[in-house]
Design a protein around this ligand. Structure first.
Ligand code: FES
Length: 525
């Protein structure tokens, strides 16, 4: 398929994308989340962008790419940045970037930078921020090197049983953050001594390990955090390589299993100020949920596992170059969208959700999650699709790419099924707490490191989300990083995060009396 180069201004981000993709998808691929209030139907006009050099205004969700383009994105069309960048446009959401003023007293006339870090169980994302104007200058991500001690929080908690081993895990993550800081500095030609403030969010276990706090109690009932509070720590104490006069701010956790990353997501999505019933689903190695309105908010964690981050999937990966991020069916075959310009070599979360939805729609996988016997499908599917069904290690499997590198197996489908059942069961149990039904949910914010854009229809087809019209679902990318960025910059956001973390009430999903039954019901597609 033909690909075109798209340059986004003023960010100066460049991506290549296939012919016919929308500018909304292209912006997502470049990591720029646009407003899509109507779900891309072309009716809200909130995604307007400007094509250069003719200054032609178009709706990003409707404009199909047919050539190389330079696209200017107005502040008013950005989902997060409008809160961070807008000067005097949206005064009620305007952030006062006041933290940097302290540092100006120490180093007058210095350029002050900060780093917002989201430490996930599997991935770590760091953003370099100009503290004076709030602009994000670069983003870097890495696999959390603690994964070599186990891919979930339980194994990390078990490893950190002594002070020495806890210190070892802390050093590993501090080294990783330092590596990301080095990469950010190199990319932007700034000196790490110009970085004065770091804001770190993460799940409660990652938060505790980073701060060298005891974690043993997180691994046994009633799974209590050692500390839920925000902390400001000297740079030297945590081993970060920034200006020694700087400060490391960690954000309030909500409970033992719902950490400061969820506080940051809740802040970035403004869920505490709305009277619309809202659901936030943040899918990382665990699925974190927040449901409610300004009046009452509940949060829960569901053991979704890292399937949507690509782990435990035979050809899975994060959203890297060469990862399949979208799968659709045309008249007689499947069509893939692969990140970057390399051939497909893996599949990331958004591609996985699409691929399973496609297999379900074609009847290749049935509602119980099992592959249908090929003999039953013969003659009912286009031959090019039928020939993709193979047998591998005596198990049925489906070949996604033509060079036969990326394959979905029965075991992969099972992982997706377990992950989506955990998320859906968590949502149902929170709905029951509030006494509401799916139809009462007016907006769903879908956050996480799936890839760039997740197709709402595919997530609905998997029965992973409440059955609501697609226009109520908004993909908000790495909202934890956006929240961390807001907290990095502003005292007002720090205070808001503190209030939010205390306001949200934690629900232990696995202890709800109907958990087992609901989970079993949610296994079907
Ligand atoms: S008009 Fe484009 S998202 Fe609504």
């Amino acid at each position: 398929m033909k690909h075109f180069k798209i340059t986004f201004k003023p960010d100066d981000r460049q991506i290549t994308i296939h012919k016919g993709a929308t500018l909304l998808e292209a912006a997502g691929q470049a990591g720029i989340i646009l407003n899509n209030v109507c779900g891309g139907k072309g009716t809200c006009e909130k995604c307007a962008v400007i094509l250069e050099p003719d200054s032609q205004q178009v709706l990003a969700c409707q404009y199909r790419i047919q050539s190389d383009l330079t696209v200017k994105i107005p502040v008013s069309s950005r989902f997060f940045e409008q809160k961070i960048l807008a000067e005097g446009i949206e005064t009620e959401t305007r952030i006062d970037h006041d933290i940097y003023k302290n540092y100006l007293k120490i180093q007058p006339n210095a350029e002050i930078f900060g780093v917002a870090v989201d430490i996930g169980t599997t991935t770590v994302v760091a953003r370099l921020i100009n503290m004076a104007d709030g602009r994000c200058l670069a983003t870097e991500a890495a696999l959390n090197p603690q994964t070599r001690y186990g891919d979930d929080v339980v194994s990390r908690i078990a490893y950190a049983e002594t002070d020495d081993k806890l210190g070892e895990l802390q050093k590993v993550i501090a080294d990783c953050v330092n590596e990301l800081i080095t990469r950010l500095c190199k990319k932007t030609s700034i000196d790490n001594q110009q970085i004065f403030e770091v804001c770190v969010v993460g799940n409660t276990t990652m938060n505790h390990i980073f701060l060298k706090l005891p974690v043993k109690q997180l691994g046994q009932a009633p799974y209590k955090a050692y500390s839920l509070d925000a902390k400001d720590t000297d740079v030297g104490e945590l081993g970060l390589q920034i200006n020694p006069a700087g400060n490391i701010h960690t954000v309030e956790n909500i409970a033992g299993f719902v950490g400061s990353d969820t506080t940051a997501v809740a802040l970035a999505t403004d869920i505490d100020t709305t009277d619309q019933m809202s659901l936030v689903v943040d899918i990382g190695t665990n699925g974190e949920l927040v449901l409610g309105t300004a009046d009452k908010l509940y949060a829960a964690s569901c053991a979704a596992g890292p399937a949507f981050e690509g782990a435990r999937i035979s050809c899975g990966s994060r959203a890297l170059e060469g990862a399949i991020e979208a799968v659709v069916v045309n008249e007689d075959d499947i069509v893939l969208d692969v990140i970057g310009s390399s051939p497909a070599h893996s599949i990331c979360g958004s591609g996985l959700i699409d691929a399973v939805a496609v297999l379900l729609n074609l009847g290749i996988v049935n509602a119980t999650g099992r592959f249908t016997k090929p003999a039953t499908l013969k003659g009912k599917l286009p031959s090019s699709i039928f020939s993709r069904i193979i047998e591998q290690d005596s198990q049925p499997a489906f070949v996604l790419d033509d060079s036969q590198k990326v394959i979905l197996t029965q075991a992969d489908i099972r992982q997706v099924q377990l992950a989506k059942a955990a998320i859906r069961a968590g949502i149902i149990l929170l709905e029951r707490k509030l006494g509401i039904a799916d139809a009462d949910i007016q907006q769903i914010f879908l956050a996480g490191a799936f890839g760039n854009y997740i197709r709402a229809e595919s997530a609905l087809r998997l029965k992973m989300l409440p059955d609501v019209p697609t226009e109520r679902i908004r993909f908000v990318g790495n909202a934890a990083s956006s929240g961390a960025q807001m907290i990095l910059l502003s005292r007002q956001c720090r205070e808001k995060a503190r209030q939010l973390a205390r306001k949200i009430e934690y629900v232990e999903i696995a202890h709800q009396p109907d958990f087992q039954t609901v989970f079993a019901e949610c296994m079907s597609f």
